[in-house]
Design a protein around this ligand. Structure first.
Ligand code: NAD
Length: 236
């Protein structure tokens, strides 16, 4: 596994994946709407995604790993977001992954041992309050991961996902900055995870890079969430 693209690789979890892959000797091209380290592309732009994946594969001399990580948050109940917002967030978080995967598949098929790792979330299965739209997008990423694993298992392409809990990234920094009481909000997020802390971007990156090289694993969604999913803690 040596030729990788990472979407959303300019910040947070994606940037930690890029660092770890490079540290371990892999060649990586970042695809992000922020052009600071790679090819600038918005994953909602189908033609742009095709051109960016082609350009990355040309620079790398092929492709054997796709980390589908670009995503955005959305707060509120179903009463709070209109149709336009639902379409906008689905277009980034779900169809964005579909576009990148579709463009990458011809290259991955030529690899012999290829992997796609999608960034899902505990929100896919946790029933979090005030996160209806975001949770629905990550539920879609969860089922997309399983369906793609089934479709491409015969082509030497493994498809897995990580489901982070709350991870300490610029995204969460922005969320805390916007809170009325950032310290109380941070404490609440920490308390929600049985380990009593947020996970780090580096911890999520370790899991992504593990799945990229786990040659007997496909169709798995791995929690990196301080025990949130595995322990299934509920109010007594
Ligand atoms: P982040 O905001 O720090 O980084 C997201 C990156 O994605 C940015 O570089 C941004 O420019 C890029 N991006 C966003 N929309 C894009 C678009 N339309 N086209 C191209 N690039 C785009 O966020 P993060 O916390 O590192 O989140 C990364 C992934 O992890 C997301 O899919 C998110 O849903 C998921 N996740 C995060 C957490 C968390 O608590 N931070 C928890 C679970 C899942």
């Amino acid at each position: 596994m040596s030729k990788a693209i990472v979407t959303g690789g300019a910040s947070g979890i994606g940037a930690a994946v890029v660092s770890l892959l490079r540290e371990r000797g892999h060649d990586v091209v970042v695809l992000d709407r922020d052009p600071s380290d790679g090819i600038q592309v918005d994953v909602t732009d189908a033609a742009g995604v095709q051109a960016a994946v082609d350009e990355a594969a040309s620079r790398l001399g092929g492709l054997d790993l796709v980390v589908n990580n670009a995503g955005v948050g959305a707060a509120g109940t179903v009463a709070d977001n209109d149709d336009e917002e639902w379409h906008r967030v689905f277009d980034i978080n779900v169809v964005g992954m579909v576009r990148v995967s579709r463009a990458a598949l011809p290259y991955l098929r030529g690899s012999g041992d290829a992997a796609i790792v999608n960034t899902c979330s505990v929100a896919a299965t946790a029933g979090l309050p005030q996160r209806a739209l975001y949770s629905a997008t990550k539920g879609a990423v969860y089922s997309l991961t399983l369906a793609m694993a089934a479709d491409h298992v015969g082509e030497g392409i493994r498809v897995n996902a990580v489901a982070p809990g709350t991870a300490d990234t610029p995204w969460i920094g922005r969320l805390l900055d916007a809170a009325e009481d950032p310290e109380a909000e941070r404490a609440a997020l920490e308390a929600r995870q049985p380990m009593g802390r947020l996970v780090s971007a580096a911890e999520v990156a370790e899991a992504i890079v593990y799945l990229a090289s786990a040659t007997a694993t496909t169709g798995t969604v791995l929690g990196v969430d301080g025990g949130m999913q595995g322990l299934r803690l509920r109010a007594p």
